[in-house]
Write a protein that binds this ligand. Structure first.
Ligand SMILES: Cc1ncc(COP(=O)(O)O)c(C=O)c1O
Length: 368
């Protein structure tokens, strides 16, 4: 921290920014509320929600595993495609990304195919304007709202089905949701609930580390890794009771207001420059965080390394899986190699956000 001139803030030795949620009981209320996804089904993961749906469509003869294709945007989390590939579904990619100027590639689809679209950062669902054409053609349209499960784009969907991972934007141990804006039938919910103990222990350990350093960072990180692996082996289950209670009793207005405030402060305090541009979120209130687009990958990586030294952990969404092939999908590979994501969720105070903006301004000053 010594090379930064923080005028108004001092950085605690335990301070850090980014990465997995710790346990955040301060956002709990005593009021239990209805979940906003009417008649939706909860699962342990977003992947589980998707694969349960596809198996259900198959059982109902609406999707034919050996004939029809599941189209996935080349720019998304490969973890989503993995269980489908492993279960021998016919998965194919199309050049979908936030920067693709993209029309429905109707020659690509056949009747009975599944077309997955992605809501990127709560800002845009590329290709969505052709949903009806695809549906009329006999394609099943599924949207992934993991980046803003409660946002405008999620609420206004015309897709046949929507799903989301809930643990990416909410402080849960596990969680995925499946619903149908078109009110189509859903699979029946799973009876067995996920056991979240590993992640709950890790979330508690991280909280204690951040608060007073009396828990080892190595241990909670190890527990997080184990928890992720355990969840990856149990994607199909019902959501844990722990996460369900947080989901029903979270103070959403507080959670959202702080995120919106943080996103606004961060966006106002960093400026476009020769190294990067801030990607404008088209729906500012739904911004999952701040996305920066760099002039090239080298500068992006230099920036990330610089912030890691300050314990500011940015995310790169998403590493490409070798089987997808870099060259085939130019807009997706260009975006993933030059972007950085900065979280702004409600675990962060104004002071935290100011530390991050000062660190970024310092980098810009050195590199502009
Ligand atoms: C956009 C998107 N969709 C789906 C998933 C899968 O979520 P889960 O890990 O809950 O299965 C992820 C995971 O990172 C994601 O980023």
């Amino acid at each position: 921290m010594t090379n930064l001139t923080h005028k108004s803030v001092s950085i605690d030795a335990l301070w850090e920014f980014g990465s997995d949620f710790h346990y955040l009981p301060e956002f709990m209320t005593e009021i239990t509320r209805e979940l906003p996804w009417q008649d939706g089904n909860l699962y342990s993961t977003g992947r589980g929600a998707l694969i349960e749906l596809i198996e259900f469509l198959e059982r109902n003869c609406e999707f034919k595993k050996d004939q029809s294709v599941i189209w996935i945007p080349a720019y998304t989390c490969y973890e989503l495609a993995k269980p489908l590939v492993e279960n021998n579904y016919r998965v194919a990619f199309y050049d979908g990304s936030p920067s693709s100027d993209w029309n429905l590639p109707d020659k690509l689809f056949s009747k009975g195919d599944i077309w997955i679209l992605c809501n990127y950062f709560g800002s845009v669902v590329p290709g969505r304007e052709t949903t009806k054409t695809a549906q009329d053609y006999g394609v099943i349209v599924i949207e992934d709202h993991s980046h803003a499960p409660l946002g405008v784009l999620s609420r206004n969907s015309n897709a046949d089905y929507c799903f989301a991972s809930l643990r990416k934007t909410l402080p849960l141990a596990d969680g995925g949701i499946l619903w149908s804006p078109a009110e189509r039938p859903l699979p029946s919910s799973k009876t067995e609930r996920y056991d979240p103990s590993r992640r709950v222990a890790a979330m508690l350990g991280k909280k204690q580390y951040l608060e007073n350093g009396t828990f080892s960072k190595e241990i909670y990180r190890q527990w997080l890794t184990e928890a992720e692996e355990h969840l990856g082996n149990n994607i199909h289950l019902n959501i844990s009771e722990f996460s369900k209670r947080i989901l029903t009793n979270l103070n959403y207005s507080q959670w959202n207001e702080i995120r919106i405030r943080n996103s606004n402060i961060l966006a106002e305090n960093i400026r476009n420059n020769s190294s990067f541009k801030i990607i404008k979120n088209l729906i500012p209130d739904d911004a999952m965080g701040i996305v920066l687009h760099f002039c090239n990958q080298e500068m992006r990586d230099t920036f990330r390394d610089y912030l890691i030294n300050l314990k500011i952990y940015t995310a790169v969404l998403w590493p490409l899986h070798p089987s997808v092939g870099f060259d085939l999908y130019p807009s997706a590979s260009d975006f993933r190699s030059k972007m950085v994501f900065l979280p702004t969720d409600a675990r962060y105070s104004i002071v935290d956000i100011k530390i991050v903006s000062e660190a970024i301004s310092h980098f810009v000053g050195e590199n502009d």
